[in-house]
Design a protein around this ligand. Structure first.
Ligand SMILES: N=CN[C@@H](CCC(=O)O)C(=O)O
Length: 342
């Protein structure tokens, strides 16, 4: 199901000031009259390069025995982003805000793991179709939320559109390369690898003790590489800058389309199912996004798992922190891509 983000939605989030222009006054918005594919085509004709699209779901994290709430970060992120200034650094008219995709039914709190995993697999098909439509229109998707299960649909869509498997980099304490036991947020990359959509996989900030030995073995067998959070941020054996240079070089050597993935549970205090105080600084995450966007041929960016309701100080704090963080990550990506493309 597609729900368009319209002028009316935008107006309800904007706080205008005389003699100032906000990004919300410049971005391309969607129409309820059109399908997602039609909206994407119209936005492209109007000059947009990037399409922000949300996946409103939390069945993936729940199917992975995690907490819900990843369906609810989009509006808060738009409230922050659209109220930023349009100025010499960024106009906003490079960007379309298309809206949200979702299942057409919700699953009750009592749903079984099997039901949740089936629903996650149904959602995969919706994500593949929707993201393929957006890419087919010539737009670069920036995907907000839902669980990290949606990496699978994004990688499959990229393969469908480019005819090539994908080289992915993922800032994440968890590799999401768990066994293929039914779809959930912990196995998007292992399913993509098994289906030929993932050829090269690097995990930045992998937590040494949040991945089972079995998963680490599967990763090694596949040929995946990683830099652990301990190696860079704790033991300081390697600087973030050196790691990013090596990662970009390896991604580029593949000559494959690049996927930029980020699970916000890598970031300290970000409300999410697996939120942690022992995460990396938000600004390092923004630097990662900007660096890869600037130096690699990214086909999309995916910022997964923000769940405002999981904030330790309550949902209002969750909306604020998730919204601010996502809007900074979006701008870091767009800035990097514009530098790369121009
Ligand atoms: N996308 C997240 N995957 C993590 C979730 C961990 C958790 O919920 O605690 C994983 O499977 O390890």
């Amino acid at each position: 199901m597609f729900s368009a983000f319209t002028q009316q939605h935008c107006d309800s989030l904007l706080t205008l000031r005389p003699n100032e222009t906000k990004l919300g006054q410049q971005v391309y918005l969607a129409s309820t009259q059109w399908s997602l594919a039609q909206n994407a085509q119209q936005a492209k004709s109007a000059g947009a390069q990037f399409a922000i699209i949300a996946i409103a779901e939390d069945v993936g994290p729940r199917a992975n025995l995690g907490r819900g709430g990843a369906d609810d970060a989009f509006v808060s992120s738009m409230q922050q982003l659209l109220n930023l200034q349009s100025n010499r650094f960024f106009n906003g008219n490079e960007c379309a805000i298309l809206g949200q995709i979702s299942l057409d039914h919700s699953l009750p709190i009592t749903a079984s793991i099997e039901q949740l995993r089936d629903a996650t697999a149904q959602l995969d098909d919706i994500v593949i179709t929707a993201i393929s439509d957006v890419m087919q229109a010539g737009l670069e998707p920036i995907v907000i939320g839902g669980g990290h299960n949606n990496a699978y649909g994004l990688l499959m869509a990229t393969k469908a559109i480019t005819g090539l498997p994908v080289a992915a980099v993922n800032l994440d304490p968890h590799s999401d390369f768990r066994p293929r036991e039914g779809r959930h947020s912990g196995n998007g990359f292992s399913y993509a690898a098994a289906n030929g959509a993932l050829d090269h996989y690097h995990i930045l900030g992998l937590h040494e003790l949040k991945n089972s030995e079995q998963t680490l073995e599967q990763l090694s067998l596949f040929g995946a590489t990683w830099n652990s959070v301990q190696q860079i941020w704790i033991r300081r054996e390697l600087s973030l800058e050196t790691a990013l240079k090596q990662i970009a070089k390896s991604l580029n050597q593949t000559q494959l389309p690049v996927a930029l993935e980020l699970d916000v549970d890598a970031i300290a205090n970000m409300p999410s199912s697996a939120a942690t105080f022992a995460g990396i600084p938000l600004l390092d995450a923004c630097h990662y996004v900007h660096y890869i966007a600037k130096h690699c041929s990214c086909r999309y960016a995916h910022f997964a798992e923000a769940a405002p309701a999981c904030h330790h100080a309550g949902i209002d704090a969750g909306y604020r922190d998730a919204g601010q963080s996502l809007s900074e990550l979006i701008y870091a990506y767009i800035q990097g891509r514009l530098t790369c493309l121009n």
